[in-house]
Design a binder for this molecule. Structure first.
Ligand code: AMP
Length: 426
């Protein structure tokens, strides 16, 4: 098969690495890709907002399957446009991607189908939203309805902070994403990410992960796209997984089908495991980044037939096998991220780092120039490792990092601390 991956981050590199390994893959392309992906795929400079140009490329190169990485093209309907041009595409339609694209849509779906989630209300103007905040008190969570690149959620510790978030969102601080707002109850518990593969009718559980969103050690500093992750999530055992499938994922699949917007692709549930059981925080309509960089090294099965079965509605008798061993990834970012950072700094030592057994390096924001690897984004590299324990995976990842020479980069030194602590208790 000829396969085209859309995207340019660490997630897409991990997907390219796994897809390139499939005996079914003949030619692999990635648009636009990065310097690391270029090792597994031919990178092509397509503009992902130009769906017709992507379709034309697919016809020209006889692409058998398009794998969409990020949420923006999904929410813009790229799967619909490719499919109507006769090209198979993995991922949800535009209507189904609303599970990620509109927080209000998902909350209404939860309410209508008794799916456990935080109590909430939706608002289109500031006055009523502030009155709700005053009536409920803090802590309280304010969310922009639309896609806001990870900036749309404010977990407010005081009413004043919540009201400031309302002002910011309705004041246009997040552009169109903040035109409508969801306010919800603050949930207490431990978070986890749960990934299911869906074909419109059937959902099969994939794997679980936990990530670190804050920029600095001790989970301090600004929120980022994610500074590291590990899989599996230690707080999700087989019984909890079955409960999540039964109480959250399966009713979502049934509801989406009943509405005529059957969900295909990866359904990524962000969960809070509370005293009353798992509650949905949010859905994403795609693989996670950096979670994919720990899922792919743990996936024993061939990914390509799984993606095809999702697209073709054939997951019913499908089975995915996973290595029991954990994986961990540490993100290396450009100093200043998630704020202002420099591009174009030189990274050395990657081959020495990748030579360590059990280590895999996935590139995010990199480019190759004159035989050198340069930083070309905020999150730049993912150093992934598998080990017998999370602690061992963590040691390997940091050992690899010690071989990388990039003075303009930074990373957290405590990725996996919670899981390692748990391991040392048993
Ligand atoms: P999101 O962008 O929706 O993933 O939210 C970002 C983070 O905000 C989540 O990972 C949680 O840590 C936190 N969060 C979102 N909703 C809630 C909630 N209802 N209660 C507590 N924390 C929340």
């Amino acid at each position: 098969m000829n396969i085209l991956i859309l995207g340019s981050g660490g997630r897409e590199h991990a997907l390219a690495w796994k897809i390139a390994d499939s005996p079914l893959t003949e030619r692999l392309y990635c648009a636009p890709g990065n310097a690391g992906i270029a090792r597994q795929a031919e990178c092509v400079p397509l503009d992902l907002t130009e769906h017709a140009a992507v379709a034309a490329f697919c016809r020209d190169r006889r692409i058998d399957l398009v794998v969409v990485g990020p949420e923006a093209p999904l929410c813009a309907g790229i799967v619909d446009d490719l499919e109507s041009a006769g090209i198979k595409a993995f991922g949800p339609s535009r209507a189904a991607a609303q599970l990620e694209g509109s927080k209000g849509f998902t909350k209404d779906l939860c309410r209508a189908n008794a799916i456990p989630t935080a109590a909430f209300a939706r608002f289109k103007e500031a006055g009523a939203a502030k009155a709700y905040i005053r009536a409920h008190g803090a802590p309280i969570v304010v969310k922009a309805d639309g896609l806001a690149a990870g900036k749309g959620v404010v977990v407010a510790q005081s009413e004043a902070e919540a009201e400031a978030a309302i002002e910011m969102m309705f004041g246009g601080g997040l552009g169109g994403a903040g035109g409508e707002v969801v306010i919800e109850e603050f949930l207490e518990g431990e978070e986890a990410s749960f990934f299911a593969l869906c074909d419109g009718e059937t959902a099969i559980p994939m794997a679980t992960a936990q990530d670190h969103k804050r920029a600095f050690d001790g989970d301090k500093g600004s929120n980022t796209g994610g500074m590291g992750a590990y899989s599996p999530a230690p707080n999700i055992d087989a019984a909890m997984s079955a409960r999540i499938m039964n109480d959250i994922v399966a009713p979502t699949m049934r509801a989406m089908k009943a509405m005529g917007t059957a969900y295909k692709g990866v359904l990524y549930a962000g969960l809070m495991i509370t005293d009353q059981g798992p509650k949905l925080i949010e859905y994403n309509a795609r693989f996670g980044d950096p979670e994919t960089q720990v899922l792919m090294p743990r996936l024993m099965s061939d990914l390509v037939p799984a993606l095809l079965a999702s697209r073709d509605g054939m997951l019913k008798s499908f089975d995915l096998r996973w290595h029991q061993t954990p994986a961990l990834t540490v993100v290396m970012a450009a100093k200043g991220y998630p704020g202002h950072y420099a591009r174009g700094t030189v990274i050395e030592g990657l081959d020495e780092a990748a030579a360590i057994e059990g280590v895999e390096i996935f590139h995010a924001g990199t480019k190759a120039e004159a035989g050198r690897i340069l930083a070309n984004g905020g999150r730049v590299l993912n150093i992934s490792a598998t080990g017998k324990t999370v602690r061992q995976a963590q040691e390997l990842a940091y050992q690899a990092i010690s071989r990388i020479r990039w003075p303009e980069g930074f990373y957290r030194r405590d990725i996996g601390w919670r899981a390692v602590e748990r391991e040392s208790r048993v």
